[in-house]
Ligand binder design. Sequence first.
Ligand SMILES: Cc1cc2nc3c(=O)[nH]c(=O)nc-3n(C[C@H](O)[C@H](O)[C@H](O)COP(=O)(O)OP(=O)(O)OC[C@H]3O[C@@H](n4cnc5c(N)ncnc54)[C@H](O)[C@@H]3O)c2cc1C
Length: 386
Amino acid sequence: MFELSKEILAIQKVAREFARKEVLPRVAEDEKNHAFQRDLVTKMAELDFFGCPIPEEYGGNNMGFLAHTIITEEISKVSGSLRAAFNMQTMGTAREILQFGTEEQKRTYIPKLVSAEWLGCIGITEADAGSDVGGMQTTAERRGDVYVLNGSKNWITYAQVTDVGLIYAYTDPTQRYKGMSTFIVDMHSPGIKTGPTAEKLGWRACPTGEIYFDNVEVPAQNLLGGQENQGFKFVVSGLNNTRLTAAAGALGVSQALIDESVRYAKTRVQFGQAVGQFQMVQEELARMIVETEAARLLVYKSAMQKDAGQLNNTRETVMAKFYASDVASRVADGALRIHGAYGYSSEYPVERLLRDAKLYQLLEGSANICKMVIATDALGYRKANR
Ligand SMILES: Cc1cc2nc3c(=O)[nH]c(=O)nc-3n(C[C@H](O)[C@H](O)[C@H](O)COP(=O)(O)OP(=O)(O)OC[C@H]3O[C@@H](n4cnc5c(N)ncnc54)[C@H](O)[C@@H]3O)c2cc1C
């Protein structure tokens, strides 16, 4: 469990080098300018970063979930915005189609997502449907050979730049969770409009927007898996994958904050010595390091379970996501304290990393929702791993 294979160590090195050479020099400027780094997403695809949990016959490299997790962690150390691509191209789209799509859907969409020829998006959230997915209002009505989509989605990553979306809508609005279906939608279809959300705290180089569907015709063969009313099952299963990527992202940002803090504590001199010499700073650092390492073990465990075929490991994945996200916020707080005033300025990366860290407690299931899954499982009210 504690040793990474040679193949994974090799791809970790490639990801680390890519992040250092290609992302780091421009991350601050691109975040400031809200500039989407399409070219870097393409380069990550060329380096085979999006194909780990995807078989070779669909354009992947079959390296598995742990490899995916470790690459995600490396990219997240440098950019939360670019980290999002791992869910848009792989876990929330390609992997979802792999698990539930028809053979034709797999062959048509997965290779183009993994190669980033097409950018993906996941459309679940709506204005009145956040944690309560069942509150969505978007509908899909069957008319002959097409479904007609009406409604809107908000807080959608890549909304303004996406080519293909997995969109969740009610085929039977009277049935709530049992009447939801999933569609693979050509996001350039007539009737689709997009617009940006309000300015975000972090992740500024990652477009987030609203999507409006006005009588959008989607061919019936684009119903995911060819089955109506399975959408909620697909949401739950999809979240069990995207949460692993989010947890890896939280882990990466924690590690980056630790690295920055160590560097700073050794060079910042007060009272005639480096601040790292003060025991209270050491206590803060020690806590950050141990908690991050504990989070890493939870995250890698979830990935390794999936690699061993236990794809329904909701309990362990939610624990990893909850803990890694919580730790990222605490570590960000500690890093800010260690940096003092300089941490509060854009001169050091800590303020950007802190803004990136906060997001993990909100998306892919808020901290409360994660705790609910863990506790209701323990209490025997609702089994998590079904
Ligand atoms: C930058 C960004 C990118 C995103 N990208 C996507 C995307 O690509 N696709 C997509 O579909 N969505 C996306 N989202 C939306 C995200 O998944 C939602 O924010 C998330 O589902 C939570 O919903 P909410 O923010 O509306 O919070 P709410 O559900 O309104 O929750 C508000 C508060 O109430 C708490 N709460 C809610 N219900 C309960 C409960 N039953 N018990 C206890 N506490 C509860 C929550 O924990 C939270 O603290 C994105 C969000 C952000 C910020």
